[in-house]
Design a binder for this molecule. Structure first.
Ligand SMILES: Nc1ncnc2c1ncn2[C@@H]1O[C@H](COP(=O)(O)OP(=O)(O)OP(=O)(O)O)[C@@H](O)[C@H]1O
Ligand SMILES: [Mg+2]
Length: 329
């Protein structure tokens, strides 16, 4: 389904233009299904439990915009992590030209809730949402639409309860609330949907096929029994990463310590530099950008810049926010 078809679902042309400016021209299948099942009629709640990177955010954005235009009030976008809040803030800011004001509140410094009165779209963490409701600002009853992102974390023993209570309270405050819960594919999606009286959309569609395999002695055996030879190495993770890059792919490696992640990135950069498979000129520019994020580069700034110039990078909580953003892009 083409994005232009949103017009038939009552979306204003200006909003469609904004979505197209994000580089989106055609909907992914789960997005199309949500539209066809009446997401924008604003009559039902939805739980969408689909794989990663299948475009759940846009489903949330479309609901928020349509809801604010048709029914007014305010929209809350609830995320589990501050870093995700910043990401959603950037995504939703794109709609400000529709005359909607977007705020991000994740908690550390702004304690009150009254300043949010004049905002239409409020992005918040679940902990902050809980505290906002406790402050009980006059605007809370105006919340007409809630998107709860990553709602599968409701299963999380330490944090799930806060989210559950927050959602229950919001539903209680506004009986006409439209709720959209976005989830990874989890076993109890049906249960969550029943709790919310919501329509459930599930799918195993993903934009890139996922293959699972086990590497042993220079060979990956995939779950469908096919196999792939990789250059044998006493550092299998590095060998696999380099093989992927050689096939014009990207490789993401999880390592359990910061120091381990850094030293892996240094090793990978050494192998990649001068290999002719990385874009040295562009990477040099990005490396320089990373180096000068602080007025005076620290040891870690220099290390990250060096790895980036060599075509790899590390990412952990010890990086500056700006550096994380550069690595993520
Ligand atoms: N219809 C589309 N066409 C092309 N790109 C799209 C489309 N919808 C979303 N995207 C892009 O796909 C990427 C992943 O989208 P998004 O972050 O919303 O996924 P998600 O389902 O929320 O994944 P996760 O479970 O990891 O949070 C984003 O970069 C987004 O801009
Ligand atoms: Mg998401």
């Amino acid at each position: 389904m083409k994005v232009e078809e949103l017009y038939n679902y009552g979306m204003p042309e200006k909003a469609i233009e904004i979505i197209k400016k994000k580089g989106i021209n055609e909907f992914f299948p789960p997005q199309e299904e949500a539209l066809r099942k009446g997401l924008l009629n604003l009559e039902k709640n939805f739980v969408i439990a689909v794989p990663t990177a299948s475009g759940k955010t846009l489903i949330g954005e479309m609901l928020i915009i349509k809801n604010l235009i048709d029914r007014g009030g305010k929209a809350l976008y609830i995320v589990p992590l501050k870093a995700l809040g910043a990401e959603k803030f950037d995504e939703l800011k794109a709609y400000e030209t529709l005359g909607l004001k977007v705020a991000l509140t994740t908690g550390d410094y702004d304690t009150g809730a009254r300043w949010l009165e004049s905002y239409d779209i409020i992005i918040t963490t679940s902990e902050k949402a809980d505290s906002l409701i406790r402050h009980s600002p006059s605007w809370i009853s105006k919340v007409s639409c809630v998107v709860a992102d990553e709602i599968h974390l409701i299963n999380d023993a330490s944090r799930g309860a806060t989210l559950e209570v927050t959602i229950a309270r919001l539903l209680h405050i506004n009986k006409n609330l439209r709720l959209l819960a976005l989830s990874a594919t989890v076993g109890n999606a049906r249960e969550v949907a029943d709790w919310l009286g919501a329509e459930l959309i599930t799918s195993d569609w993903r934009p890139v096929e996922l293959k699972e395999g086990i590497y042993l002695d220079g060979k990956i055996i995939f779950s469908n029994s096919s196999s792939l030879e990789i250059e044998n190495s006493d550092e299998p993770a590095l060998a696999l990463a380099l093989d992927t890059v050689n096939r014009e792919g990207q490789s993401l490696i999880f390592i359990n310590t910061r120091r381990g992640a850094e030293s892996f990135a240094v090793k990978a950069a050494k192998k990649l530099k001068g290999s002719g498979i990385i874009e040295e000129k562009l990477l040099k520019e990005i490396g320089q950008e990373i180096l000068h994020v602080l007025p005076e580069p620290t040891k870690i700034c220099r290390k990250l810049a060096r790895t980036v110039e060599g075509g790899s990078a590390f990412h952990h909580a010890g990086l500056e926010i700006e550096q994380k953003k550069i690595v993520e892009r």
